[in-house]
Design a protein around this ligand. Structure first.
Ligand code: PGA
Length: 252
């Protein structure tokens, strides 16, 4: 399984010139990088131009969100077909910042379904708001999030899905989650997937981590976290930072 680094630019930058500059910087850093999926997710607005102007096959583009419906009257939404048409290959679904705006597991499950129908690789985000080591309630919470978001998925579609484990308290924070805990959580997620889809597919699913990943902690996260990639936010808008993250992940 190829590792994945997927950068979520969120609502930055403010203009297309700056967006193009970031992409150019990222592409430069990819010249010697092999055997890894590298994706950036700019704001929707910049996607068509960035895809058109990027010659490198090493960089792919993703959406930060997708409409839950294939077509129809949905003001302000962007459909899977539209994303596919402009050359998008991945879709982040269920990011905690979207969930905070009211997205439910049910809606997210529809988004997963429409993404798969449009052959977009799904990066499904799950993560607990807080951990409670005394009763393990956060594990129950995660299990529900995961299973409810995947209700429309069958075993053979699982290969088109990556799970991004993003504990909410570690997003936009000063420090990432402890790598040993990341490892534990990825085992837990694989166990839940194996129970639902069978061990063969469950164990093979790509699990990545997100939450304050940067060039300073990536080495440790990959070494002790034993995961299949990362989803940086802030660090993905700086090509130098992002390229260093990609370099370390590609070497592991
Ligand atoms: P961060 O964001 O890397 O800035 O913490 C991660 C995310 O929002 O997925």
């Amino acid at each position: 399984m190829k590792k994945l680094v997927i950068g979520n630019w969120k609502m930055d930058p403010s203009d297309s010139k700056s967006a193009l500059k970031i992409v150019k910087g990222v592409v430069k850093g990819l010249s010697k990088i092999k055997n890894i999926d590298v994706v950036v997710c700019p704001p929707f607005l910049f996607l068509p131009e960035l895809v058109k102007k990027t010659r490198s096959k090493k960089l792919q583009f993703g959406a930060q969100d997708i409409a839950a419906f294939p077509e129809g009257s949905h003001t302000g939404e962007i459909s899977g077909v539209q994303l596919k048409t402009v050359g998008t290959s991945h879709a982040i679904i269920g990011h905690s910042e979207r969930r905070a705006l009211g997205e439910t597991n049910e809606l997210i499950a529809q988004k997963v379904e429409t993404s798969l129908q449009n052959k977009l690789h799904v990066v499904l985000c799950i993560g607990e708001r807080r951990r409670d080591e005394s009763n393990g309630k956060h594990l129950e919470f995660l299990k529900t999030e995961l299973l409810e978001s995947l209700v429309h998925v069958d075993e053979k579609e699982l290969k088109n899905i990556t799970i991004a484990y993003e504990p909410i308290w570690a997003i936009g924070a000063e420090e990432a989650m402890h790598p040993e805990q990341i490892h534990e959580m990825s085992i837990f997620i694989k166990k839940v997937l194996s129970e639902k889809f069978g061990p063969e597919s469950g164990m093979k699913t790509r699990i990545i981590y997100g939450g304050s990943v940067n060039s300073a902690n990536i080495e440790e996260i990959m070494r002790d976290g034993h995961i299949d990639g990362v989803l940086p936010g802030r660090a993905s808008r700086d090509p130098k930072e992002f390229n260093e993250i990609v370099r370390v992940v590609a070497e592991k």
